[in-house]
Design a protein around this ligand. Sequence first.
Ligand code: NOJ
Length: 524
Amino acid sequence: MPADPWWKRTIIYQVYPRSFQDSNGDGVGDLAGIRQRLDYLTWLGVGAIWISPIFPSPMADFGYDISDYCAIDPVFGSLAEFELLLRDAHARGLKVILDYVPNHTSDRHPWFVESRASRDSAKRDWYIWRDGKPDGAPPNNWISQFGGPAWTFDEQTAQYYLHSFLPQQPDLNWRNDAVRAAMFGVLRFWLDRGVDGFRVDVLWLLIKDAALRDNPPNPAYLPTQAAINRTLSLHNADQPDIHALVAQMRAVLDGYGERLLIGEIYLPFERLATYYGEGLRGVHLPFNFALINARWDAATIGTLIREYEASLPAGGWPNWVLGNHDQPRIAARVGAAQARVAAMLLLTLRGTPTMYYGDEIGMPRVDVPPEFAQDPWERREPGLGLGRDPSRTPMQWDETPNAGFTRGGPWLPLEQEFKARNVADQTADAASMLALNRALIALRNGQEALSVGDQRIVDVRDNVLLFERSHDDETFLVALNFGQASQPLPALAEHDIVLSTRMDDDTARSGALRADEGLILKRR
Ligand code: NOJ
């Protein structure tokens, strides 16, 4: 039997580079800062870091608007600095995953500058240009993810260009082979330098309906929702031709041995599963975001685990995510006590877990006053609570000014709460959220049953979820109490307690699963 690929056993940790560690006092995190914190990451026990975009960018969408795919933005460092980071990460056994943003470039990317220069430009067809309707209206009714039409009129050539996100993020035309060749060259550029994989931004949006048909209205739309929900994304997303393209991308990686391809895909399970591709020649891990929006109770989570597992193609490896730079912080969503249960869930489920920086210390939603708002979505659709700044605030390292993140003025504000919640304090506290996460990670790293083992849901009742992980003759039982009432736990009779989310050993004394408690038990 060939050994499992590394990414089945690893734990991925997402670094939002602007907010992780600043090394030069400009208030924005950078690569040298990440490098300074590699020992923390190996101490924590994660096996791979995914770094959100670090490439030259006007920062209209904080790096998701790229003007050069094969360089490093000076705010983050240089190519030489990146190579040092990669070297030091690899020396510690840490894999490095980059963010690949293929759906759109920045409007300042030389390709777009050339494309927009004239209708006969050699790169005109690298983007999606169309005439307006006879009355001058945009070519169709598609809406930008960040509000407003997905089309902007370009005066100079009197046509509209498509942008699924900001007007500063024109969509590439992936039906053009020259675009494919150039963008696969980008993958090779980084693979040649030794990166271990990519997280592909909005993978399910890359190919659009060839006829650019109107999307149908969404009958369930409420005005309190983001504008993007006004229509159903029938023709601008998840098109059948996407899979051949994903297979091509994957083939580029396969030329380099064991590299990892992750897809950012927000779709229901049965559609998500198709991104593993025919013969598993698609992405290795189509991100599973189901926990992010799920109602937080045992019955809902139990059903979701069953449905997700049932949707996987034969041999398709699962994965789980609790948060990222676009989503509310898990601790804010479920509360501090349940955030511990959530951590135990994430780190014991079958499938590669992806952790979001700061969640290991239970970072909350940090309120960002409107005058400090940075996120373009918040600025374009204010007041709806869509802004992502509260999940992107600086990492809380210690209780010194600016939480040890920067000696300058941080690009997003911190709340004073960092004085009570930071890595330094939690490192010294054997019962902290950080100590719990580190213990969970150590356990998962040390026990095949918990990483690559089989999984079986044993019971879901009284807001308690019980599932087993087993490998060879070892079986672990995970018991998670999503509720605030203590519940009997008969399994205590034939199991030993390995770890409680409460980080104490009172469970044995109480003989029950306490309120908000998660337990890992080992069968005798
Ligand atoms: C998804 C990214 O995660 C998000 O942060 C970004 O705004 C959009 N894609 C556009 O690239």
